[in-house]
Design a protein around this ligand. Structure first.
Ligand SMILES: *Cc1c(COP(=O)(O)O)cnc(C)c1O
Length: 388
């Protein structure tokens, strides 16, 4: 392996770099998870998590990756044979679909070209056609991490309500939470799933799920067998600050700290910073004469930007060269766009100069790889950052 000197630039859209204060918090000695001291931590993180989701209702925290949070959403609210409606925004929508199908759920998938959001009008049409109200839930990915496309969750709820359809709304906010505004209650979401290693700036290992009263009711009638992922035991112990089994105590120390970091900066400032860095990244890509994977202006993600390589260029070869020469990790194209795009993550503790470092690495790498492009992207990004 190449010996790399100095700071590694981790610019994949999750896991994102962990701030020093969070790493220090995680390093504290583990404590008894049945103690009074732990209960205080438990209540602090469970309350704090509600603030990021924008909910007054329960948020549950599982020791798991985001996939575990997905599974808990499906296993607690749906039963084998239930129908749900999804939109193919990209790789993560397809993975959530496969997970639901493995539990016997029948998924109606609105096809997509991986360049656009989940279209509320199409969802409305599908629900209008479901006169027997067989569709139990609409499931969408808020920030599609494989493409850099954000779907309009509030408008999707309005589409469901416009048809007076009883479907629940379930949202994957795994890569948006803590980076983009999110309003679980105000947007009328029933289940929101997320995890620790993206906008919350923690290592992987925590799966978070926000519920609505309807979701809690659905969990009481779901026939799916479950144990580890069961919401009931969590809901029973969480009010005291406890968990039904051993929680990831040290990651909870980290969560308390990352929530403090977000609050200290101010949520609005955090979101505005993500918008600024994303605009600068898009300015660079446009100046390079390259295409952005998201084809809908209104749907551009402030978490990551997907960059399409010119025909005949292997994006993975460019990524590998950039990693080897400049110690910069970029996200790879997943499944349908493998080898076609790379993804620049600008989430979490990213600031102006770390972004410019990453963009410089990309610009040098494009030249080194012999990609046909125009120089000047970093300059364009600097100008955008100075003006904003
Ligand atoms: C990262 C991610 C996941 C998967 O999370 P894991 O922690 O890898 O299980 C799911 N959905 C989205 C949108 C993601 O970004």
């Amino acid at each position: 392996m190449t010996h790399r000197v100095g700071q590694h630039f981790l610019h994949i859209p999750g896991p994102s770099p962990v701030p020093d204060r969070v790493r220090a918090a995680i390093g504290a000695q583990v404590i008894d998870h049945r103690s009074v001291e732990f209960a205080e931590l438990g209540r602090k993180v469970l309350d704090g998590a509600r603030e990021v989701f924008g909910t007054r209702h329960p948020v549950l925290i599982f020791p798991s990756s985001g996939t575990g949070a997905w599974e808990s959403a499906v296993a607690n609210t749906l039963s084998s044979g239930d129908r749900v409606l999804m939109a193919e925004t990209g790789h993560f929508a397809n993975l959530w679909r496969a997970l639901a199908e493995s539990w016997g759920v029948e998924v109606e998938m609105i096809p997509g070209d991986w360049r656009d959001w989940a279209e509320p009008d199409e969802i409305r049409e599908r629900l209008a056609a479901d006169t027997g109200h067989e569709i139990k839930a609409v499931m969408v990915v808020h920030n599609e991490t494989s493409t850099g496309v954000v779907s309009p969750v509030a408008a999707i709820r309005k589409a469901i309500d416009a048809e007076s359809h009883p479907a629940m709304l379930m949202v994957d906010a795994i890569s948006s939470l803590g980076s983009l505004p999110y309003h679980h209650d105000d947007w009328g979401v029933d289940v929101t799933v997320s995890c620790s290693q993206k906008g919350l700036m923690l290592p992987p290992g925590l799966g978070l799920v926000a519920l609505s009263p309807r979701a809690v009711e659905a969990a009481e009638t779901s026939k799916t067998r479950r144990s580890y992922w069961d919401w009931g035991a969590m809901l029973a112990t969480n009010p005291g600050g406890f968990f039904p089994y051993t929680p990831a105590t040290n990651l909870l120390y980290g969560l308390a700290e990352s929530l403090d970091l977000l609050r200290e900066e101010g949520f609005d400032q955090v979101f505005a910073r993500h918008d600024r860095l994303a605009a600068a990244t898009r300015a660079a890509v446009t100046a390079w004469g390259l295409e952005i994977q998201c084809g809908n202006e209104a749907a551009h993600s402030s978490v990551l930007t997907g960059v399409v390589m010119p025909e005949g260029v292997d994006s993975d070869a460019v990524r590998t060269l950039i990693l080897d020469r400049y110690n910069l990790s970029l996200g790879q194209g997943l499944s349908r766009v493998k080898g076609r795009i790379f993804r620049i993550g600008h989430l979490g503790q990213c600031n102006e100069l770390t972004l410019l470092g990453a963009l410089s690495g990309v610009e040098m790498g494009l030249a080194d790889a012999g990609v046909h492009f125009r120089p000047g992207g970093v300059q364009a990004a600097m100008e955008t950052l100075r003006k904003s």
